[in-house]
Design a protein around this ligand. Sequence first.
Ligand code: PGA
Length: 234
Amino acid sequence: MKIIIGNWKMNGNIQQKDKITRAISETQTDNTIILCPPFTLLNGENHGVKIGAQDISNHENGAYTGDISAKMVADTGAKYVIVGHSERRLYHNETNEIVHEKAEIAIKHNLIPIICVGETMNEKESGKTADVIKNMLEQSLPQSESGEFMVAYEPRWAIGTGKTPTMDEIESVHKMIFEYLEKNNREKTPILYGGSVNSTNASDIAKIPHVDGLLIGGASLETETFLPIIKSVK
Ligand code: PGA
């Protein structure tokens, strides 16, 4: 039983969301499926599928033109929000500090933040993966004792590239993340893997120790690619 999250990024429309949520609701699975479409699709018919946003503001409300608050997302009925995705960190200069604020404000409004961490290819090649991830965990995760959250390990170089780490590499990073969470009495926190997951590699990756689920971009956009993943993962 795993958690499978679809991150639609800046893609999709009402018809596509209707089609895929209906298809997910008709699929036999023990997995928990969460769809994160753009803000414009958070409302409306979800056919009972759990919905999350892809980002929130680090502010409560106010003069932040174009931004969407945690409360607004919670108002739509969504229960989850991705924070600190590498595309936000890269294109919107989001620091660990901002990601931390977003995680805290999400929890305050009863959303479960899915906090993304991951190294660049440069960092990987210079043997810094463990240090980079540990630093991101230390600085991005919420301090609050109360709320639940999830951690997604997404190597930046694996996102949308068709490249994935080896099974051993995923295992070692997930083990490190688990040990970090355990040390902080957060050992029940789900740890997801993301980056070029598809129907061929999903079930093997999901079997790796301490992989509690998958965060899927490109392959979550169409029923033809998303449903086989949902069905293959046990
Ligand atoms: P991808 O994206 O599955 O298209 O590599 C994953 C993500 O960015 O969450």
